[in-house]
Structures are given as C-alpha cells and as structure tokens.
Design a protein around this ligand. Sequence first.
Ligand code: MCA
Ligand code: AMP
Length: 524
Amino acid sequence: MSGLDFRQPGPGLLESGNLFLLSKMRDANLYRLLKRRFPADLDQPCLLLPGSDVVTYRTLDARSALIAHALVSAGCVPGDRVAAQVEKSATAICLYLACLRAGLVYLPLNPAYQQRELSYFLGDANPRVVICSPEGMDSMSAIATPAMRIFTLDGHDQGSLVNEIRSCFEDFEPVAMQERDLAAILYTSGTTGRSKGAMLSHGNLAANALTLVENWGVSAADVLYHALPIFHVHGLFVALHCVLLSGSRMWFCPKFDVAQALELLPRSSVMMGVPTFYTRLLANPDFGRKHCDTVRVFISGSAPLLPETFALFESRTGQRILERYGMTETGMNTSNPLFGERIAGSVGLPLPGVAARVVGKDGQSVPAGEIGGIEVKGPNVFNGYWGMPEKTAEEFTADGFFRTGDIGKFCPNGYLQIVGRANDLIITGGLNVYPKEIEELIDALPGVAESAVIGVPHPDLGEAVTAVVVAKPGARLNSNGIIASLKSQLAGFKMPRYVYMVADLPRNTMGKVQKNILRQQYGK
Ligand code: MCA
Ligand code: AMP
C-alpha cells in the first residue's frame, strides 16, 4: 500500500560521490569543504558590491580568520553560540564563516526583531557573544547577561567587532568537527507562539549544499543575483553555499529592489528569490526578456509560487521559474529539474539523497494523488530543536522521518505538490508568522476580549497578516490603537496589515474558532 514512497535515498548523492566525499573528509568542518572548492586563484571576486567594490575569496578567507581569532579571544570555545543581529554586509558573511572555522554555533537574527523578541532568543540560546548594530547596543545591553560579550557591526563593515580584529592573524586552522556537530541555530516560529531553535549541523549544511550545486548545475562561470536577507536558510545557506562551493560570484545587494534588479539581472546568470521578488518584477511594465537574456535559471522558494505568476513570467521572459521546497529544519527537500519539465504549482521531485513521503492519518504512505502529511528524511534533516527534546521527539516518526507540517500529494509522475499546511502558519513575503504569538499580544491589550489572526491573500506578499478582534463590553477600541500598541513589541513583518473589530468570532460546536470562515470572509 505504499503508493509513491521515496524511502530509499535517491541515487544521485551516492553516484555523485558526495557521501563518499563527506565520509573521506578528515573532519566535517564545513569551512574546510568550502575552502577546498574556492577558486585556485583566491584573488577572484566572490562578492560584487553594486556600485562600489568587490570582495575576493582571499579577503573572505583572511577576514573570517581575523574574526575567528577575535571570537576566541573574547572567550568563545567550540559549541558556544554567537548571536548576530546585523545588517547584510561582507563582514557579516565573514562572521558566519568565522563561526564555522572556530566550531562556534552561528545564530542569525532578523534586524527587525524588537527587544521583547530578542530577549527570548538570548535567554533560550545563551550565546557567549552577541553582535548587534551600533544603534541596537543600548537595547541589547539591557537584555544580555553579564557573561555575554557584545560587539557592534553596521551595514558598512564598521563597528567594535572590526576594531577588535585589527591586531590578529590572517590564518585560522578550522577546528575539527564531526558531521553532527552544530554549525548554526536558526529560530523558526512555533505553533504555541514560542520560537524553536532548529539545530543544523556541519553535515546537514554540507550535504544539502553539495546536492544543490550539482542539481542546479552551479559552476564557476555563474553570477548569482543575491538580494535575499542573510538571516534565513534561503539567503545564508542555499544561495551563499552554492556560490562558495562552486567558486563563483554574486551581486551582493543589501535588499531586493526592482530598479537594481533590472540593472543587475542582465549581468547575472542565476537568480534566487521568494515569490514576492517575481511578482514585484512583473509589476514593473518595463521588465521583460531584455533583462533575462543572460540568466540561465530563475529559482523560487520559501512560499508558494502561484501558477499565474509562473505563467506570466514565462510569457514575459520566455523562462520557466524553477520552484523548489525547503524548510529551516531541513534545508531543501524537493526541486523542479534543471533539465526536464518544470511544472507550475509543483515543488518538483525529491532531491538526490532526500526521502520524501506523503502519509495519511495512520502514518502510512498514501497512493499518488491522495493528500496527506509530507515527511522527509535525509542527511539534510536537522538534529532537533535546541533545548526541546520532547518537541523534537514529537516531530520525528519511529523510522526517522521528520513531519514537516505541510500537506501535499505526489502526482503520478512523482512530482510533489503542496496543497496546504497542518497548522495556521502565515507566510508573508517569504517570512513565517505564527498567529498564536500575535493573538497572545493582542489579547493582553486592555479592552480586548479575544482575537484571531489569519493570513489573507495579498498580491505582493502572498499572504497578509490580518487580525480580527473582539472588544470587551463597553471598551472603546479601534484598529489604529491596536496597531500602535503592538508596534514596539513585534518585528514589522509580523504586524497585522489589517485589523477588523467584530462583535464575536465564529466557533464550531466544540467552541474552536473557525479560522477558515474568517479567511473566506476577510480574504476578498
Ligand atoms: C518587510 N515588511 C514586511 C515584510 N518584509 N511585511 C510583511 N512581510 C514581509 N516579508 C514590512 C516592514 O516591516 C516595513 O513595514 C515595510 O514592510 C517595508 O520594509 P522593507 O524592509 O522596505 O520591506 P521590503 O524591502 O519591501 O521587503 C519585503 C521582502 C523581504 C522583499 C519580501 O521581506 C524579503 O526579502 N523577504 C524574503 C524573506 C526570506 O528570505 N525568506 C526565506 C526564509 P513598515 O513600513 O510598517 O515599517 S527561509 C525559508 O523559508 C525556507 C528554508 C525556504 O524554503 O527557503
Ligand atoms: P521556514 O520555516 O521559514 O523554513 O519555512 C518553511 C515553510 O515554507 C515550509 O514548511 C512550507 O510551508 C513553506 N515553503 C517553502 N518553500 C515552499 C514552496 N516552494 N511552496 C510552498 N511552500 C513552501
């Protein structure tokens, strides 16, 4: 009764020699693998900073060594966490590489997080070193413990971290790591409102990166257009590792900007983005084939790419976007093929080495065409949630598959289609928001009886965070007041775009709020 069951690791990873390569490596420190694949001439550019400079592989190597020494001097020992809430910069990349080299666990944080959110991450991960923007120093000092060293770094490679490295050496032997040793912790929002730190190992990151470079044919000749943030898997691991492992280069842009994209795409060969990048490009009437001639592949992920967007992009540019599917906990799981049919509305085939299956309520694989929970297994799948062994155990099956929480089906041709999620997760502009966190904050406001937070379709962001609020009898509340009260407590991307005041919330016979009814009502 297995239907389409990809329990066996696909042949590609083995055939390609990647597993062999990994097991033969004297140690599994990811930096050692990356460095081996740097161009022979280290003076080749790696980061192309639009309008100004280039950063060569030699500079990345030297600067990351200097930072690794600085972190060790600050008291870090292998396994310590290094939290960074910094703007995108070349030095931020070097900081990540420095952590790999020194065996430290990198913990990137969205610069949009407010003090309330940061306080949770610092308390949970207990980093030895925290790096923040110069403007964020006072706020960070107020929540850090005395044992935490705080450095600053701005978006222009300046700050106390940089001052700290001036007197150090330009080489740093990577600390020997086992495959399961942690390289990074990335927080993902949780259904209960409490974020979970996904523990990603050197082995996880290396396996996924090697697979992607091969699967997407990334080579030294490529130029990636990189406009993603570097505090998530997509921009930090998928994009950066593909470049470093292929010895190629990338336009390293602070953020996604349509005008800059139109200027740089004709000098790029690969673009990776969330669907919002594609809808924003298409919203520009000038965008078309002339911008895409040199681009060999446009890749999309982190949120569903609407078939309409896929079709419009093809008609405007002649290119079929390659959609892939991943998660913070797993890196990339499936991908439409580089060569072969790319299907709109489908996230493609399991990547080599990744086993993916769709299961019914009884945990058994269902036949192709039937909808169920998506589960994955492979060297890309994380070690578990930081400090949450019970939660980790809950999310894995007895035979070692990770329950993604996504709902989907395999088509008869083996392509996976995502049709929904098991929980209320909202994805806005490629960033995840769990309603519970916002609902708890709204419910705690004076005069609020209760609230429900939902995602409604949004032409730019995919989904927009929307709050439906019931006031206590006699309380005088309005949406502007609610938004103003939330602002200092929530990162901007989590802020409700719409707030509706209602007399009561629709409930089923069990008393549970019927969010599907709210989504229908407000999603127009
Ligand atoms: C910014 N804002 C947002 C978002 N980003 N609101 C909703 N959703 C968002 N994603 C708000 C800000 O708080 C601000 O609000 C206003 O929008 C303008 O901010 P700005 O920074 O100028 O926004 P933007 O430049 O327009 O950014 C939108 C964006 C960006 C380009 C969609 O969020 C982005 O680059 N998203 C990609 C995220 C990503 O990398 N996800 C991958 C996760 P106000 O004006 O009120 O202050 S990894 C993952 O999902 C897995 C592993 C995978 O498969 O990849
Ligand atoms: P994150 O927690 O940021 O890693 O987000 C992972 C979630 O994003 C997945 O569980 C999916 O729900 C969603 N996701 C990622 N890629 C895609 C895609 N191509 N299509 C639909 N959903 C996606």
